[in-house]
Design a protein around this ligand. Structure first.
Ligand code: HEM
Length: 494
């Protein structure tokens, strides 16, 4: 990799040298200027969401990186070649992670800031600071017992499936894939009931991305701080307590930022891996024959999705302070954020003969110092979640043609908007009936700001409403979705 100064001269001062760095305004001006006279491609567009592979193919005309906009007025270089992606990911010297200089040039309401703004977490730091944070996180993740994790997943999956199994149809995204990782994390953190209610509700609202998301984000911060304070006072046997007890001695802000990263990294991408792989399994004839058989090809479907539709499609933001040439000569200009497209790199035509379920060299988990430390946990959660659906609903099928499924616009995620399915109804254990006694998960309005919250703490307007959900009981009691009752039973261990 060649580093040049903005005029193209090799060598120059070391990256980040304050004596040679441009003022933010100059950087912004340069960042807004493409290296060539190419118009940036909008990664936030509906066209990109509908067919990202076509957009990546078009961008390849520019070389191993293309000029894109992450949101209106936010230019970036998108690295789309496989070799180029590896070169960038393995070269933190040329591609530092600290976004603070860049983010000063962005308006505070810039929609990509929540994903890209500086935090004291592993993603946004390099060198010793990164190593310190990363070791604390990976050591704590390594303490998760796989058997216990499997139990958490099975318990959560059964509860969610119980709620729709006898209905004969469901949206496996809203009613299953979106909720399951939240429930699993809730158990990994061993949240006390009152906080658990708020945490689950906030996370669901944030991932819903609706009007409540911003407020839920603020409330999530308060919940996390409360949980951290509680665990600092009363340690337990859970992920956060392990992080607090780690010899690196993270301070409270660092704990907040690691927890945010764990929740952001561990929930949304897992949800999308589950949904994307279920879509493949239910729509591709190569997998259809085996669904009700003994050996389900779930792992093959997961590997194929990690190659073709990785849940985190584009990320790993870096901020070169000098022009940097990629191996094929494509120049990444200084001051313009660099984002790695794991998805486009995986589809690099030069790999055509190498892709396949036997080859796991895809970049869905990234590579280099920031490669995902939660891979094994993610694989356990996703594969068990999928197996549960196929076991419990063996004749499940898509309720729409595959090409009628829609993808959520956005530069980073590869995420379906819904995954409607139908299946022959399956009997589920009888609901105990009658009014449910107060649940430990029922908020007493502490932390809910007076808004409605469900028994499980998930917003009552979260998953798509259905006729069953809306039906008011004959005795005039307020209607309550059955999945809330199921979650309450689950919480009580019934
Ligand atoms: C399907 C699920 C997942 C996918 C596709 C995924 C993907 C990724 C990718 C591509 C990165 C690199 C980001 C970067 O370079 O800035 C990353 C980083 C990270 N992931 Fe995951 N991840 C998943 C699940 C998880 C889970 C379950 C956890 C934890 C429980 C987790 C924790 C992290 C952390 C802490 C980092 C930052 C590492 C660092 O910067 O050193 N991820 N993940």
């Amino acid at each position: 990799m060649t580093t040049t100064d903005p005029a193209g001269h090799a060598g120059g001062p070391p990256p980040g040298c304050p004596a040679h760095a441009s003022a933010p305004s100059e950087q912004a001006a340069r960042a807004a200027m493409p290296a060539t006279a190419v118009e940036p491609t909008a990664l936030y567009s509906a066209a990109f969401a509908a067919d990202p592979a076509a957009v990546y193919a078009e961008l390849r005309r520019q070389g191993s990186a293309g000029f894109v906009e992450l949101s209106p007025g936010v230019p970036a270089s998108l690295v789309i070649g496989y070799e180029a992606a590896l070169a960038v990911l393995r070269d933190p010297e040329s591609f530092p992670r600290d976004p603070r200089r860049w983010q000063q040039t962005m308006p505070p309401d810039c929609p990509v800031l929540p994903m890209m703004q500086h935090r004291r977490s592993a993603v946004f730091n390099d060198g010793d600071v990164h190593t310190r944070l990363r070791v604390a996180v990976s050591d704590s993740l390594d303490r998760i017992d796989p058997t216990t994790l499997r139990q958490y997943v099975e318990r959560s999956a059964d509860t969610l499936i119980d709620d729709f199994a006898d209905r004969g149809r469901a949206d496996l995204l809203a009613e299953y894939a979106r909720l399951l990782p939240i429930l699993v994390f809730n158990q990994l953190l061993d949240c006390p009931p009152q906080l658990s209610a708020s945490l689950v509700r906030c996370l669901a609202a944030i991932f819903e991305g609706g009007a409540e998301a911003a407020e839920a984000n603020g409330e999530l911060g308060r919940c996390m701080l409360e949980l951290i304070t509680l665990r600092q006072r009363e340690p337990g046997n859970d992920l956060l307590s392990w992080l607090i007890a780690h010899p690196t001695r993270l301070d409270t802000q660092e704990l907040m930022d690691q927890l945010t990263m764990l929740l952001a990294g561990g929930i949304e991408p897992v949800q999308n891996l589950i949904a994307n792989a279920l879509r493949l399994l239910l729509s591709d004839a190569r997998f259809a024959g085996d669904l009700s058989g003994g050996s389900l090809p779930v792992d093959d479907a997961l590997v194929e999705i990690l190659w073709t539709d990785p849940p985190l499609a584009n990320f790993g933001p870096a901020y070169p302070t000098r022009n940097v040439s990629l191996p094929d000569g494509t120049v990444l200009p200084a001051g313009r954020p660099v984002v790695v497209s794991y998805a486009a790199a995986n589809l690099d035509p030069s790999l055509a003969s190498d892709r396949g379920t036997g080859n796991r060299a895809h970049l869905a988990w990234s590579a280099g110092p920031h490669a995902c430390p939660g891979q094994s946990q993610a694989r356990i959660i996703a594969s068990l979640a999928i197996e549960k659906v196929l076991d419990r609903l063996p004749d499940v099928e898509l309720a729409l043609a595959e090409d009628e499924l829609r993808w959520r616009p956005g530069p980073f995620q590869r995420a379906l908007t819904a995954l409607p399915v139908r299946f022959p109804p399956v009997a589920v254990p009888e609901d105990p009936g009658g009014p449910l006694p107060p649940s430990p998960l029922t908020p007493t309005d502490g932390g809910t700001g007076g808004r409605r919250a469900t028994t499980a703490g998930v917003p009552s307007d979260g998953p798509a409403p259905t006729a069953e959900r809306q039906a008011a009981p004959a005795d005039g009691r307020p209607s309550r979705p059955r999945w809330m009752a199921a979650l309450t039973r689950w919480w009580r261990g019934q």
